[in-house]
Design a protein around this ligand. Structure first.
Ligand code: UD1
Ligand code: CA
Length: 454
């Protein structure tokens, strides 16, 4: 039977103490609920239904890049009510996979073996469960004479039930026809006056349907996130999974405990990542690069053989065998060529830098177009802002810009030109020429001796 997923994500998540809806909090750079949506898309061809409610507009716009259908639950009356809201998007004779938007660590393989268990045992309802060291907050799995009879929520449980360690993960497989038939049988007669989806277990048992629990070994996959402590735990688990996968694929990670790679980052083999490195967003790092220590790269392309040390790179491209850092800051919109050197305390913003150019120290390149084989001396400043507009500076191939030069944009230096140290460039420098604009030096002999005598 076809699998159709329903993902519950309408709750506020009070325990997060946040203005933001819980399911939009991120781990490894991706909202909790998006992890779950990606999982369901990997499992079945049918579009998942995401139940949203609390700040639904915010949630929907944050997820607008995903191909899902929505059901809006205006009042969060419980997980049973949330599923009921989505019933008109469910057809008979499907297998419904229910997932909670706050349980993002579950693996594809685990869901696949759950489906296999459900099909092979010819079940009508199955709940994925786990044994946890501390069951607090979870619904307890009640088994009587080896039969899985019901789920009791923490708040409704008696003392002996509270001691049980097998708990509900919030992942279910249900025969859609029977779900449609019995969803209205759930009532809110409990401590929280909520419609509990978990009541279906008892209802299905009473009807004589086939119900069983599927207990998985690694409970960390089923960690439900209700507060920031659990958010950090989940982040850590996912981080290690990502790092392990990269290492298996041929990336050297010196210290996986101190390397933070988001879910969508791609890294080529024989690249070495030093500690304290954070790679975010849609970053792609090529083969044989050296990244870090203490480096942050976001939404950027780093080509083969590049070395980025103790630096930040955002929304930019760094070409092959280029060296950046230590302490460089590459801001959005920069396109840096091959075999370039961007040294210490150099800031580059919205600029193009040609191949083999050297910018070794203490320089600001803002809104610049710098050609090939250019040398920018120490302390060069692209004066790009006149207080109203940002203007561009162009330096053509093979030019040499001396130390402590100010380039007042808009301005250009043509090919093979020299600009003497300390010059303030206010008009075009022609090709093959020297520009020098500074006071002539004057020496006053004996000045110090005379001053000392006074
Ligand atoms: C739920 C389960 C519990 C299980 C635990 C696993 C019920 C009654 N209890 O408890 O047995 O051990 O998850 O993590 O199902 N939601 C809605 N609409 C609502 C209420 C909740 O969409 O009206 C969504 C929430 O956004 C969340 C998910 O359902 O993503 C779970 O809700 P939550 O309130 O966190 O349930 P728990 O108390 O954790
Ligand atoms: Ca929860």
């Amino acid at each position: 039977m076809e699998i159709k997923s329903i993902i519950l994500a309408a709750g506020q998540g009070t325990r997060m103490k946040s203005e933001k809806p819980k399911v939009l909090h991120k781990i490894a750079g991706i909202p909790l609920v998006e992890h779950v949506i990606r999982l369901s898309s990997a499992i079945g061809k049918q579009k998942p239904v995401v139940v949203i409610g609390h700040q639904s507009i915010v949630v929907e716009s944050e997820l607008s890049h995903l191909d899902v259908d929505y059901a809006v639950q205006n009042e969060q009356l419980g997980t049973g009510h949330a599923v009921k809201i989505s019933m008109d998007q469910i057809q008979e004779n499907q297998t419904v996979l229910i997932l909670y938007g706050d349980t993002p660590l579950i693996k594809n393989e685990t869901i696949e073996s759950f489906i296999e268990f459900y099909n092979e045992s010819d079940l009508d309802l199955s709940v994925m469960t786990m044994e946890v060291p501390n069951p607090k907050g979870y619904g307890r799995i009640i088994r009587e004479n080896d039969k899985f009879t019901k789920i009791v929520e923490e708040k409704d449980a008696n003392d002996s039930e509270r001691k049980l360690n097998e708990v509900n993960s919030g992942i279910y497989l249900i025969n859609s026809s029977l779900l449609i038939k019995h969803i209205d049988d759930i009532n809110n007669d409990n401590k929280q006056n909520e419609f509990y989806l978990t009541d279906l277990v008892e209802i299905f048992n009473q009807e004589g349907y086939n119900v069983d629990a599927y207990c998985i070994e690694d409970y960390t996959e089923l960690l439900g996130i209700n507060n920031r402590v659990q958010l950090a735990q989940a982040e850590k688990i996912l981080r290690h999974r990502i790092n392990e996968k990269l290492m298996i694929e041929g990336v050297t990670i010196i210290d996986p405990d101190n390397t933070y790679v988001e879910s969508d980052v791609i890294i080529g083999s024989d690249t070495i990542i030093y500690p304290g490195t954070i790679l975010k967003g849609k970053t792609v790092v090529g083969n044989k690069c050296e990244i870090g220590p203490r480096t942050m790269i976001e939404n950027s392309i780093i080509e083969q053989g590049a070395v980025i040390k103790e630096s930040q790179v955002m929304d930019s491209k760094v070409g092959q065998s280029t060296k950046v850092g230590p302490y460089a800051y590459i801001r959005p919109g920069s396109n840096i060529g091959n075999e370039v050197k961007i040294g210490d305390f150099v800031e580059v913003k919205n600029s193009n830098i040609g191949d083999n150019t050297k910018i070794s120290h203490l320089t600001y390149v803002g809104d610049g177009d710098v050609g090939k084989n250019v040398n920018l001396g120490c302390g060069v400043v692209f004066v790009n802002y006149d207080g109203v507009n940002k203007n561009r500076t162009t330096i053509h191939d093979n030019s040499f810009i001396g130390c402590n030069v100010n380039l007042i944009a808009p301005v250009s230096v043509k090919a093979n030109a020299y600009v003497a140290a300390g010059t303030t460039v206010t008009k075009e420098v022609p090709a093959e020429s020297l520009a020098i604009g500074r006071e002539k030096q004057r020496n006053i002999e004996g000045w110090v001796t005379r001053k000392r005598k006074k």
